[in-house]
Write a protein that binds this ligand. Structure first.
Ligand code: NCD
Ligand code: ZN
Length: 335
């Protein structure tokens, strides 16, 4: 009897942290091997927020993924931009990422007051530049995304021609917004389809599952999973794979971020299979994103086989989600 197989065509990761320097060189090929493209986050230090920095970072990313059929979709870190600046960078980016000040890793130069970027948002709407948002406030940690939802609604209503992506949604209520505003879209991570706060802090503390936004309640996870399994047309996969060196995770003051890039697709195949939804996975990991973002990634077919493997304990000094856990599905071929 032959092993069951599964194919994905040009899978896309619409939210990845590649970092720079040694970390970039280590992690980028792990995504580029199986994914055909991805949205590269701009929260470097200093952030990617001008033409020169964007050009240099894009070149560094291209070098790191050389040899793979992988298209990096670059982003800019939100600050007040002039129309001239936006015009010069418009064709080199897939969107501008808004981080409210201080809500996550490397966001201390984020936006303190949305009024400061009103004109930029108006220009973006005019020029057809997408807005991507880390939608959290500084309220009580479990309430941060819910507290931000009125901001999404306000922006969606006031800038009706601005495409707005709610990044890494974690709540039932955020998922529900997709059906209320035509110009709101979302990405969702693997970990938020799998875990709740219990997995992070219900037993022994698991720093490798600690990320922003923090994993929420079972009903939130279940609502997100239901939208993913039906490949809701306004939802795309975005791993938010966020590598940190082990000494920044296994310490007092653990950095936020779950590193999933090398195992995300294999785990998604398992998750969709378990839920009888394998036929929706292609839409969730590629077709939806191609339509929502209007991108045509390189052709790539990833073949998965149910041969079983174990998730490595480490990739250099980075520990992935679920080190040592058995995977049902493995990547048998990429062509
Ligand atoms: C991300 C990082 O480490 O850059 N961390 C995270 O917990 N997700 C930033 C982010 O997307 O919030
Ligand atoms: Zn992120």
């Amino acid at each position: 009897m032959t092993n069951p197989t599964c194919f994905l065509h040009s899978p896309l990761d619409m939210h990845i942290h590649f970092r720079e320097g040694d970390m970039l060189r280590r992690v980028a090929p792990l995504s580029a091997r199986t994914f055909a493209g991805g949205v590269i986050m701009p929260n470097l230090v200093p952030p990617v927020d001008d033409f020169g920095r964007l050009e240099r970072y894009a070149a560094e990313v291209r070098t790191a993924v050389a040899g793979h059929a992988f298209e990096p979709y670059m982003t800019l870190f939100m600050r007040p931009y002039t129309e001239k600046e936006l015009a010069s960078m418009k064709d080199r980016i897939i969107g501008v990422k808004l981080y409210p000040e201080g809500v996550t890793t490397h966001s201390d130069t984020g936006v303190g007051n949305l009024r400061d970027v009103e004109d930029t948002l108006a220009s973006m709407e005019e020029m057809g530049i997408r807005l991507m948002v880390h939608g959290e406030t500084s309220d009580f940690v479990l309430d941060r995304e819910r507290a931000f939802l009125p901001v999404y609604e306000d922006l969606a209503a006031r800038f009706p021609r601005l495409d707005i992506v709610m990044e890494h949604i974690t709540t039932l209520e955020a998922a529900a917004l997709l059906d209320r505003h035509e110009n709101l879209y979302a990405t969702v991570t693997l970990q938020h389809l799998l875990i709740t706060l219990d997995d992070v802090a219900g037993g022994l503390l698991n720093p490798h599952l600690f990320c922003k936004p923090i994993a929420k309640r079972p009903e939130d996870r279940d609502a997100l999973l239901a939208r993913a399994l039906e490949a809701h047309p306004k939802l795309a996969f975005g791993s938010d794979s966020a590598p940190h060196p082990v000494d920044r995770k296994e310490c007092a003051g653990c950095a936020a971020g779950v590193f999933t890039a090398p195992v995300a697709l294999q785990m998604l195949v398992g998750l969709f299979e378990e839920n009888g939804a394998l036929d929706q996975l292609q839409a969730f990991v590629s077709d939806n994103a191609q339509r929502i973002y209007g991108v045509a990634p390189p052709e790539k077919t990833v073949v998965f086989e149910k041969t079983g493997a174990v998730i490595p304990e480490r990739y250099g000094d980075v520990i992935p989600m679920y080190p040592g856990r058995k995977l049902d599905w493995t990547v048998a071929d990429v062509h």
